[in-house]
Design a protein around this ligand. Structure first.
Ligand code: ZN
Length: 381
């Protein structure tokens, strides 16, 4: 058990800072102090109530960026935890605490990886950046998306971006996420005419009117997916209608639905096909759309190759590329043209009570990160 591991002790220090989204609680100060000591230029970027920072080291050449978040989801009832959620504790080789896996362990591994890399290559070619936010788990309005806008205004182009989200399934490094599905939400209001259930000819029941259209949407085949993405799925998450009375036909019905979509369709195509179905059913409706993220895919290329090789060198493991799971801040970075992938610890306990990470995995992760830097910035230079 590496109780003297610098990655483990930094993770513990970060867990002690109670950074429930969008609070940062001093985590970024801890990180920037370490990065400043390595010669990084730090730019704090606070947008409204959200702390973010950009840090960069190096003068020219391709830009590799570590991206991540210092905020964590709430602990839930601390009584339900075996040890207090913001007091890191090691039991049976596992480090327990809120954020241990998502993603303070990754942040610590990024810092120690860069420390080791810079010690070995003080004059490294290329540039290393950190894009860190405290608003990933929350609404994510004043976090990465704003930092990316700021970077674009500075004409900063990220070549490779590694997001430290916990991507692994059973062993650290066994899965990396090289893309994410898109997420498109719809808020649908179907109008009918309110009336007495005993006089349906004088009313128009919006639930009855909407039901066949919703059935068609739920049963529709949107695409076949591809090698990297499962087929696009449509799910209704809410239906609300009715007054609570048994004898009143409601005047309208409110439906919320969501697409998780592959790169085989566009959000515009999904919108057009949805509206065509609603119109074919002659519905009187209003529909509002919200695109939470475009799908993105980082195919074969230097970043994926470097990550796969680094994991093999550090652990002997073969890696699976996957696009499963929810959205992450990678969705804001990929549209800039950067190659983006997510690589972090095992995600089995994230957002749960008794969140934990294998303490040894933190050093392994740091080693993988350092090898990725070496492959991208030193070996190709
Ligand atoms: Zn996360």
């Amino acid at each position: 058990m590496p109780h003297d591991s610098p990655t483990l002790s930094l993770t513990q220090e970060l867990i002690r800072r109670r950074s429930v989204t969008p609070e940062d609680a001093g985590c970024q100060a801890l990180m920037t102090e370490r990065l400043s000591a390595l010669g990084f230029d730090i730019t704090p970027l606070r947008f409204d109530d959200v702390d973010n920072f950009w840090a960069v080291r190096g003068d020219s050449g391709p830009l590799f960026v570590f991206a991540g978040h210092t905020d964590v989801v709430p602990s839930g009832n601390p009584e339900d935890w075996a040890s207090p959620p913001f007091e890191p504790e090691i039991r049976d080789g596992m480090l327990y605490g809120r954020g241990a896996a998502d993603m303070k362990g990754s942040l610590a591994a990024m810092i120690t990886a860069v420390e080791a890399f810079v010690a070995a290559h003080p004059e490294h070619p290329g540039r290393i950046g950190f894009l860190i936010t405290s608003d990933e788990e929350g609404v994510a309005v004043n976090g990465t998306v704003k930092v990316v806008e700021w970077l674009q205004a500075q004409n900063e182009q990220i070549d490779w971006c590694l997001v430290g989200e916990p991507s692994s399934t059973n062993l650290v490094g066994d899965v990396i996420k090289n893309g994410r599905r898109g997420s498109l939400g719809g808020w649908l209001e179907v109008y009918g005419k309110q009336g007495h259930v005993a006089y349906p000819h004088l009313a128009a029941n919006p639930i009855h009117l909407a039901a066949p259209a919703l059935a068609e949407l739920a049963g529709a085949h949107w695409d076949n997916g591809n090698d990297f993405f499962p087929p696009t799925s449509f799910q209704i998450s809410n239906i609300n209608s009715g007054t609570g009375a048994t004898n009143v036909i409601p005047g309208s019905a409110h439906i919320i639905f969501n697409f998780r979509f592959s790169t085989e369709v566009t959000d515009d195509e999904l919108k057009a096909r949805t509206e065509a179905i609603l119109k074919r059913h002659n519905l009187n409706y209003e529909l509002e759309w919200k695109l939470s993220g475009q799908p993105f895919l980082t195919g074969e290329g230097e970043l994926v190759e470097a990550a796969v090789a680094a994991i093999r060198d550090e652990t002997g493991r073969d890696t699976e590329l996957s696009t499963a799971g929810g959205t992450s801040d990678g969705r804001f970075i990929a549209p800039t043209g950067a190659q983006v992938l997510e690589l972090g610890p095992i995600n089995a306990t994230i957002h749960q009570v008794n969140e934990c990470v294998n303490a040894d995995d933190l050093d392994t992760l740091s080693g993988i990160y350092r090898r990725i830097l070496e492959r991208l910035l030193v070996k190709t230079a």
